[in-house]
Each structure stands twice: as C-alpha cells, then as structure tokens.
Design a protein. Structure first.
Length: 87
C-alpha cells in the first residue's frame, strides 16, 4: 500500500466516523449488512479500498449520499489532482 493509499483510506474512515456520530459501530454495521470488523477496518484505514457495494450500503445506513462522500473525499485529500496525474 502506498502512502497516498494509506492517507486516502484514513481520510475516508474519518469521514465515516464523523457521519456515524453517536451511533455504535455495531448498529451501523448491522444496518449496512456488513460486519463490525469490516467497518472497523474501513474506519481505521486498514481497508483503504472497500468494495463499491460496501461503501454504498454504509452511505445508506448513515444517510449520506455517495455524491457527498465523493465530494468530501476529493475536496479534502486532493484526489482530483492525484487522479489527473495518474490519467
């Protein structure tokens, strides 16, 4: 895993933790249909590239749109610039 991938995963995990707020990890994971361990790995950045359907299920459980998540990630981490460089 590259440093950029690690940073991206940690940032995405922080976004999900903020969206989760006071809800427990177990409650959110159950609502999304994923294991609490999967959510823990995503939130801590140990799973920097979760599957699309996992992200979609978590977004739905947290009542956050995929567009909002994508915009927050791109804005805060410079993904747009990194994507442009790798294209």
């Amino acid at each position: 895993m590259t440093p950029w991938e690690r940073q991206r995963g940690e940032h995405f995990g922080a976004l999900l933790r903020r969206a989760r707020g006071e809800r427990s990890m177990v409650d959110v994971a159950a609502a999304a249909g994923v294991s609490a361990e999967t959510l823990r790995k995503i939130e801590t950045g140990r799973a920097p590239t979760p599957a699309f359907f996992t992200v979609a299920a978590l977004a739905a459980a947290l009542e956050v749109s995929m567009d909002e998540l994508a915009a927050a990630c791109a804005q805060d981490t410079g993904w747009e610039e990194a994507s442009a460089l790798s294209a």
